[in-house]
Design a protein around this ligand. Structure first.
Ligand code: ADP
Length: 461
C-alpha cells in the first residue's frame, strides 16, 4: 500500500513536472507567436503609411508656391481636400475616388502651416484628433471616441525650397487592434485547452515510464521475500539442532557426530542457495549490460559436454533406479562459444531434474542434434510430467510445482531459472513440452560457433 503511494506520488511528480515544463514552453511560444504577429502587422502599417505619405508629399511639393497657402493645384490633385473654415460637404463620391490612397483603408491627411495651424484635411475625419505640430516623424494618437491612430509627419517645401508646413498622414488602428484581440482570445482559450491535453498525456506518459520500474520493484520484492524464506529453513534447522544439543547434559561421540553432520548438511544447503542466488544476480547484471563479461567465450564442444553429463550423472540415475542414456545424432562435433562450466551446469540441471521427477524404472534420454545453425539438446524423461498451466511458470525464480513435493526432493526452485539465464546469456533458449503422468522433454537451443554474434558471446563468470 505504502509502495503504491510512493509510486503514485512519483507518477504525480513526474506528470506535474512534465506538464509544468510544457506549460512554460507553450506559454512562451504563445507569447512569441502573439508578439511576432503584432510586430509583423505593425511593420506593415508603418510601411503602408510611409508609402502613402511619401507619394502625397512628392505629388504636393511641386505645386506649392507660398508657405502655408493652399494653392489651386492642390485641389486639382486632391479634389476632396477641405480647407479649414470652408464647407466641404459638396465633395462627391465620384470626386473622392481620385484621392486614391487616402480612401483606401482608413487614412486621413492633414496639412499644417509652419506654425502648426491646421490648413486643410482630406480622407477620414477623426473626431477631435489632437493636432500635433511637432516634427516627430511617427506618433500614436487617440481621438475623442477612443480610437487609436498611427500617424506619420513630413515637412513640406515650396518650389523654391522654403518650408511650406507639414503633411500628416494617419491611419486608424481599429482593424489592427480587433485582429490582435482575436489572436489574444484564441491564445487565452487555446492555451488552457492545450494544457489540459498536456496534463492528461503527462499523466499517461508518467504511468508508462513508471510501469517497468514498478514491475521490476515488485519482482525484487518477491525475490527478496522468496530468498529470505529459502534461507530461513536451513538456518532454523541449524539453530534447532544446536539448541537441542546444548540442552543435553552429556553427549556421546556418536551423538556429537550426528549433530555436526546435520549442521554440515544444512550449511551446505545454505551455501548452495547463496551460490545460486549470486550466480543469478551475475547473469542478470550481464544480461542487462550492467556488468561486462570478464572472460571471452571459450570454444565448447557440445558432443563432449553431453557425453560428460550423461557419464557423470549415471551414478545419480542408478541410485534413483532410472535408466539414463545419451544419443549423439550428429556425425561432426558441434561447437558453441561460451563458458564450458556454465553450459555444463545448464544441461546437468535439466538432467538432474529429469532424474528427480522420474519414478523408479523410468527412463531419461539425453539427445544431441543439429538444426539450422543451432546445437539442439533434448532432455527427455518418462516422469511425472508438468501440467500445461505450470509450464510457463516453472522458469520463474523459486517457483515449484508443488512445494510439498519439492521439500522431499530438496529443490529450491532455482534450477530452471539458472538454466534459462545461462541459455539466454549464450543467445540460446529453453522450451518445454510435457504431459502430466507421461513425461517431459526440455529442449535447449544454442547457436553454433561462428554464426552471427556467437563469437562475441559473454562468458558467465
Ligand atoms: P527445483 O529445484 O524445485 O527442482 P527447478 O527450478 O529446477 O526447481 O524446477 C521448478 C519446478 O519445475 C520443480 O518444482 C518441478 O516441479 C518442475 N520440474 C522441473 N523439471 C521437471 C521434470 N523433468 N519433470 C517434472 N517436473 C519438473
Amino acid at each position: 500500500m505504502n509502495q503504491n503511494r510512493l509510486f503514485r506520488l512519483t507518477r504525480w511528480r513526474l506528470a506535474s513536472g512534465y506538464a509544468g515544463v510544457m506549460g512554460v514552453i507553450l506559454g512562451l511560444s504563445g507569447l512569441g507567436v502573439y508578439e511576432a504577429i503584432a510586430h509583423a502587422h505593425w511593420m506593415t502599417i508603418d510601411r503602408e503609411l510611409d508609402t502613402v505619405a511619401g507619394t502625397l508629399h512628392d505629388s504636393l511639393e511641386p505645386v506649392l508656391k507660398q508657405p502655408g497657402r493652399l494653392e489651386p493645384g492642390i485641389k486639382h490633385l486632391l479634389p476632396d481636400v477641405c480647407a479649414v473654415g470652408s464647407n466641404c460637404s459638396n465633395v462627391t463620391n465620384s470626386q473622392r475616388h481620385t484621392v486614391g490612397a487616402i480612401h483606401q483603408g482608413q487614412y486621413y491627411m492633414r496639412l499644417l502651416d509652419r506654425s502648426g495651424q491646421l490648413v486643410a484635411l482630406a480622407g477620414l475625419q477623426p473626431e477631435q484628433l489632437p493636432i500635433t505640430s511637432n516634427q516627430q516623424e511617427w506618433q500614436n494618437l487617440t481621438d475623442a471616441a477612443g480610437i487609436r491612430y498611427r500617424q506619420i509627419t513630413f515637412i513640406l517645401h515650396t518650389q523654391d525650397y522654403r518650408v511650406w508646413g507639414y503633411i500628416q498622414v494617419g491611419r486608424s488602428l481599429q482593424d489592427f487592434e480587433k485582429y490582435l484581440a482575436a489572436v489574444k482570445w484564441i491564445l487565452f482559450v487555446g492555451l488552457p485547452l492545450a494544457m489540459l491535453l498536456v496534463a492528461g498525456s503527462s499523466w499517461w506518459l508518467a504511468g508508462l515510464a513508471i510501469q517497468p520500474i514498478y514491475r521490476s520493484y515488485q519482482q525484487i520484492q518477491q525475490f527478496t521475500a522468496d530468498a529470505a524464506h529459502e534461507l530461513r529453513t536451513p538456518l532454523a534447522a541449524i539453530r534447532a539442532t544446536v539448541e537441542s544439543t546444548l540442552m543435553l547434559p552429556t553427549m556421546s561421540e556418536q551423538e556429537a557426530r550426528d549433530t555436526l553432520q546435520t549442521t554440515r548438511r544444512q550449511s551446505q544447503r545454505l551455501q548452495e542457495l547463496a551460490e545460486d542466488l549470486l550466480m543469478l544476480c551475475r547473469i542478470d547484471q550481464q544480461l542487462r549490460g550492467i556488468r561486462q563479461p570478464l572472460i571471452r567465450g571459450d570454444c565448447v564442444n557440445i558432443n563432449d559436454l553431453v557425453s560428460d553429463v550423461a557419464e557423470e550423472l549415471s551414478a545419480l540415475a542408478f541410485a534413483a533406479d532410472v535408466l539414463l542414456t545419451s544419443q549423439i545424432r550428429v556425425s561432426e562435433p558441434l561447437e558453441v562459444t561460451g563458458d564450458a562450466e556454465q553450459l555444463y551446469r545448464l544441461v546437468s540441471n535439466l538432467v538432474v531434474n529429469a532424474i528427480r521427477y522420474t519414478p523408479c524404472e523410468g527412463e531419461v534420454t539425453l539427445i544431441l542434434d543439429c538444426c539450422s545453425h543451432y546445437a539442439v539438446i533434448y532432455v527427455q524423461d518418462t516422469g511425472i510430467g508438468i501440467a500445461p498451466e505450470e509450464q510457463t511458470r516453472i522458469f520463474d525464480r523459486f517457483y515449484r510445482v508443488s512445494s510439498d513435493r519439492s521439500l522431499t526432493t530438496g529443490g529450491s526452485g532455482l534450477g530452471l531459472p539458472i538454466a534459462n539465464a545461462i541459455a539466454q546469456a549464450h543467445h540460446g533458449s529453453i522450451s518445454v513440452q510435457s504431459e502430466l503422468g507421461k513425461g517431459s522433454t526440455f529442449t535447449i537451443k544454442l547457436p553454433l560457433r561462428g554464426i552471427g554474434t556467437t563469437d562475441n558471446l559473454l562468458s558467465i563468470l
